[in-house]
Design a protein around this ligand. Sequence first.
Ligand code: NAP
Ligand code: MG
Length: 491
Amino acid sequence: MGTHLSRTVAQGLAVMNLIDGKQMEALSGKRIDVACPSDGKVFASIPASAVEDVDMAVQAARRAFDEGPWGRMPAVERGRCLTRLGLLIEQHGDELAALESRDTGKPIRQGRADVTATMRYYEFYGGAADKIHGDTIPFLDGYTALTLREPHGVVAGIIPWNYPLQILARVAGAALAMGNTLVVKPAEDASLSAVRIAELALEAGVPAGVFNVITGYGRDAGAALSAHPLVDYVTFTGSTATGTAIQQAAATNNRGVTMELGGKSPQIVFADADIEAALPVLVNAVIQNGGQTCSAGSRILIEQPVYERVASALADRFSKLVAGPHDADLDLGALINPMQKERVAGMVAAAEEAGVTLLARGTVASDAPSDGYYFAPALFGSVDPGQAIAQEEVFGPVLTVTPFGDEADAIRIANSTEYGLVAGVWTKDGARQHRVAKRVRAGQVFVNGYGAGGGIELPFGGFKKSGHGREKGFEALYDMSATKTVVFNHG
Ligand code: NAP
Ligand code: MG
């Protein structure tokens, strides 16, 4: 079982669904080709699951929850399964990094960083499983009242293509630690690592039926999963539009949801900041993963007196950025698919047509395969904060810089988009650090640093259109469970 995927991927063969601990073809027999973004060549295929496959997976997860040992097992035992899964991920680190990097086009060092974070998620939630508990509540005389934290039941996880391993880990780690069972639908562009992780979970002792993966298109498999009446809770990471559709589907069954949607995260650079320390972080926050990161730092607001200095230093760095194949391990890889490349190129062209100044452009490596989905990074400035390119999520290697006058101006511009996921504040003024951190509407604020997607221990999620609910850290364990209040009348 455990060697199936590694063998098939090495030979460019077929990957299967994993339902109730068994490899399954889609009942229709239909498959989807999987191409590597670096060269556009097909190297694997996945089942094109439909309603009937989703139903089978949900039924398996339902049985595993209602009748299986998982929810009744002592929390410490569940935690040990997750800890073992983390160790197996570490042992298979090279294989998983190579697989993820090939499937998504990301540079191999990013694939390795993703594996390390993935291992940490299972380690963290393995350790946390038996450290979360309810309360006793002072109530009326003659009563004892307490709360239990109970799993929702069957959790549906709909996963995007940008960080497939990591995002699956933050969903599965928290959901499984609390005793839920899972049905996961990865993005059809990047499903391979999810199937592999579910195989390793079986090897780690997670019982069959607890961790199911079905691959296929969002409009078929994803839609059927989010509307399935036997699913108790839905967690989604991806675009705001798809998030709305999934919430509507979940609402037909009145199910709870966690929504981790897009962002247009600002980094605010004050004149007193340590600019040399900030520069590499400012660039990396939008170049990491080719800018295909929900928490990418995609807008930089710069205090007027240092605007020219910071903008020209960023332009210098941008002009030296090179995109190329994942195994060449350059500054960035290809974008995920031709549609995403078109979308990013279209937004950049629209900005240029609107008269926004292009300050600098990176390049694509001259020996990069011509059929890869490469896009040279683009830096715009100075950008009016109302421009579409400074308001809309690009999800590509595109950065805008905008000057601001004073602190109030910076906060107004920072809060002027529909999103509120992450923010960065660069200043040595301690009082200002606290003021700005409190006034910026974002789920995470970094002061003199930035962590696009980082920090297993740190609660993460959105304000406004960036979504609701919190993942990562202990908070995710609350999202992945419900409070039951029990009241004893003992006179
Ligand atoms: P998406 O539509 O949001 O896809 C995310 C996941 O939802 C995938 O597994 C997708 O499956 C699935 N899905 C799509 N339609 C569905 C539906 N009606 N019901 C249930 N599940 C559904 O993202 P995308 O189309 O691949 O990318 C478009 C844009 O989304 C990007 O340009 C970017 O702006 C944003 N995005 C954001 C994040 C983030 O982390 N915040 C991640 C990815 C994308 P399939 O892909 O297999 O169809
Ligand atoms: Mg897609």
